[in-house]
Ligand binder design. Structure first.
Ligand SMILES: *Cc1c(COP(=O)(O)O)cnc(C)c1O
Length: 470
């Protein structure tokens, strides 16, 4: 069979191979790339995976998606190196929370959130492809916390990219800021903007909309709509299901703390590939557009409310478009029209027949801050396990919506509790300790430049830095 190619969810952009999709991010028609077909994992493969190391399963699961764009040896090395940065050989350990509920700890990477699982690999694949092409890019991103540090760790010291991450000055936690600013690498540049996260995002959008700047500086992004990030996340759904089900095709359920829908869409991909997943619980905080959508078929943009789980404080979940594409029979024009309506009117509905396609496996819950804190307290009291507020949203939703108590329920632990120490301590009375390798985080020197919330000032700073660096 020919290698997998990638099609846009809006049906108008050219089909591309993996390497081009990796570097392009968003499709030219504004859509998101998805594979032209889902490869399948045989029952025999799933049985073997139950006892293989994580990085070996990872290569086997991802290979069909990248085949034709990279040689197997380089890919295998990139995968092995990515997961060697994790502080446990298991990469994603499982903790028993009792009653058939398991915590999948996705936070053992360099920056303590699950984004490392995808970005460690994406950084290496980026570097490999750019070196092969003899190109260099300028990666620009805005962060409210987790993505920035994961992107910085993934791209630090790489010849092929200069990295500029904008964060709102004084508005990210000390741990989050220090994870970004204490990285001492010549290609990493932290910019603290005197404004909000939205201001940072607007500045980044303006940089990308500035054609001359974009082209002369070869701008690039590693944001969550990049297909390669979804692909890397499929792997832990497979490994976890194989381990808990013994690879014998016994089903497993997942509860996923959700923001941009990238994580849970990866679960959908794993299911389409043949992994026996019987239920997806989409867990949201007070920003509940996904709960609205999955329970009523209509979504309406509202205001973003700050919560204890800031990485899920999102109103428009970009990756949902990939699922909409699938439930509309991969009709790109229908999706393009829907998205245009959503942008113009701030609201959109799907026909009940389409929504019915999700009824068997999907459910959604909204968990407020009071319940989040109570959940952190309860699991600490009952099990002695500290969890972060995002993970707590997932656990509370799992307790509410579990369909079958005889099926193992996996709650995805998306961040280490020490990443959100204030919320965890307020709820549990315990101050979560940073892992040993980060214990001196507060003694390290910070590198950052503070700048006014002003487009020309930010662009000028980036240009001056690039001209000095090359
Ligand atoms: C990014 C993030 C999420 C949301 O993940 P999506 O893929 O955007 O749904 C949840 N929890 C934490 C800790 C995160 O950093």
């Amino acid at each position: 069979m020919s290698p997998i190619s990638y099609v846009s969810t809006r049906g108008q952009a050219p089909e591309l191979g993996f390497a081009d999709v990796l570097l392009a991010g968003l499709a030219r028609d504004g859509g998101l790339y998805v594979p032209d077909r889902w490869p399948s994992l045989t029952v025999g493969a799933l049985e073997r995976f139950a006892t293989l190391p994580y990085h070996e399963v990872a290569v086997e699961v991802m290979w069909p998606f990248v085949e034709g764009s990279i040689d197997r040896e380089s890919f295998t090395a990139a995968v092995a190196d990515s997961y060697a940065t994790f502080d446990t050989d298991e990469v994603v350990p499982l903790t028993d929370l009792g009653d058939g509920i398991w915590l999948a700890e996705l936070f053992h990477g360099p920056t303590l959130a699950f984004k490392d699982i995808a970005l460690q690999l994406v950084g290496r694949l980026f570097d490999h492809e750019l070196s092969r092409r003899g190109e260099k890019v300028t990666v620009v991103g805005a962060t409210s916390g987790d993505t920035g540090s994961a992107a910085i760790e993934a791209l630090r010291d790489r010849e092929s990219a200069e990295v500029f991450i904008l964060h709102p000055a004084g508005r990210v936690s000390d741990v989050q800021r220090r994870q970004m600013t204490t990285v001492d690498a010549p290609n990493v540049h932290n910019i603290a903007v005197e404004g909000t996260f939205d201001d940072c995002q607007d500045l980044v959008k303006a940089l990308f909309a500035d054609d001359t700047f974009r082209d002369t500086r070869n701008l690039s992004a590693v944001n969550s709509i990049n297909w390669a990030r979804v692909m890397a996340q499929i792997v832990y759904y497979v490994t976890t299901t194989c381990r808990l089900g013994g690879g014998a095709g016994r089903p497993v359920a997942f509860s996923v703390p959700t923001g941009n829908f990238g994580n849970v869409f990866a679960g959908y991909g794993a299911q389409r590939m043949g992994t026996p997943i019987s239920q997806f619980i989409v867990a949201s905080n007070r920003n509940d557009i996904l709960t609205q959508f999955l329970t009523t078929g209509t979504m309406t943009i509202g205001e973003v409310h700050p919560t204890l789980s800031p990485s899920m404080d999102i109103q428009v979940s970009s990756n949902l478009e990939r699922l909409l594409f699938e439930i509309h029979g991969r009709d790109g024009l229908a999706i393009a029209e829907m998205m245009a309506r959503f942008r113009a009117e701030g609201t959109v509905s799907v026909e009940s027949g389409r929504l019915d396609l999700l009824a068997e496996h999907w459910s959604a819950a909204r968990v407020d801050d009071t319940r989040t804190a109570a959940t952190i307290a309860a699991v600490y009291e009952q099990r002695g396990v500290l969890i972060d507020p995002h993970t707590a949203v997932g656990l509370a939703a799992a307790l509410d919506l579990r369909a079958d108590p005889s099926v193992p329920m996996v709650v995805l632990g998306t961040a280490h509790p020490a990443k959100f120490p204030a919320a965890v301590e307020a709820a549990s009375g315990v101050h979560p300790q940073l892992p040993a390798r980060l214990a001196d985080l507060f003694d390290r020197t910070e590198h950052l430049t503070t700048v006014a919330n002003d487009y020309l000032a930010v662009r000028g700073l980036i240009e001056a830095t690039l001209d000095g660096a090359r």
